[in-house]
Design a protein around this ligand. Sequence first.
Ligand code: HEC
Ligand code: HEC
Length: 291
Amino acid sequence: MLEKNPVIFIILAFVVIMIGTTITMIAPFKWINSDSDKIAEVKPYTPLQQEGRDLYMREGCNNCHSQTVRTLAADVERYGNGGGYSKSGEFVYDRPHLWGSRRTGPDLARIGLKPLTPAWHKKHMENPQSVVPASNMPSYAFLNQPLDTTYSERKMKLLKFPYTQADLDELKGKSEMDAIIAYMRKLGTDIPVKNAGAAVQAPVAQSNPYTDLKAVEEEAKAIYKQQCASCHGEKREGTLGPALKGSTKSETDLFKIISQGSTANGMPAFSSSLDEQKIWKLVTYIKLDTK
Ligand code: HEC
Ligand code: HEC
């Protein structure tokens, strides 16, 4: 009967479709806001970090880098840097999000947790092959130009991010390179890290359990190549950091430096990315030429 009256049929069909639409589309926007996803520790970007984020988009870094660590064990192991997989609440200040779909380069969602320093980032951005010889990332040395801060304050207002005059003053004299490095160092760092705090603890074992280098050489070399070579040179000859050939420092001192790092911008702490055994193996490898 009803289907024979086109006008009533269209009206009723519209009502039915609208009920579905209201429930599945409008309701989530209206009543389930992103506050439910928020994580107290996750902070909005500072003006410098936000400028870096805009440069990241301008340069299309997201064409080669994703920014989301999936829940897969392989993803967490490779890109989690100790912070685990990405949580939805970590993206509430990302407008637009930069999850990306291509991984020509590694995922950067937790790059800020990786034991790297501003000096490493600068060198890597200027000439990626100078730190990672097999890299196919292009050079971004041209980012060493003054940062355009014309719209910095307006951006913060539009995004409703808190900022202070000091944050804005901090932009003075900064380069685009500074901004992109500030952004890299913020990514993924807000989330509480598993082993955070371990850095202040002294080594549990007080002496090196590996006295025979031959037994651990292979493994120590592999860890060194992956974690240390980009700053201390392939052959421990020293590049960004000092040469590590046959150090005269004691083994416990070396352990301490590797696990806790040294100066803020010098040697990063590895306590959350390397376990005790691995650090002792590295100590053994550093002592190689003195034994
Ligand atoms: C053509 C693809 C490509 C583009 C474009 C690109 N990268 Fe990369 N990137 C790579 C590859 C490949 C690596 C891995 C080798 C290396 O570390 O250099 C990498 C590595 C990195 C790393 C180190 C990651 C790690 O876990 O050690 C950072 C940081 C980085 N890129 C930032 C950027 C930024 C910022 C931009 C944009 C200004 C950018 N990349 C553009 C391909 C790219
Ligand atoms: C991001 C760059 C970077 C990485 C990666 C890095 N280091 Fe360092 N390292 C430095 C810098 C820079 C210094 C000098 C710090 C200072 O003088 O305060 C340093 C200092 C050291 C020292 C003290 C050397 C001395 O004689 O004073 C040791 C030991 C050391 N690093 C070992 C390692 C080991 C082992 C690894 C790998 C697990 C590693 N580093 C990874 C940058 C790095």
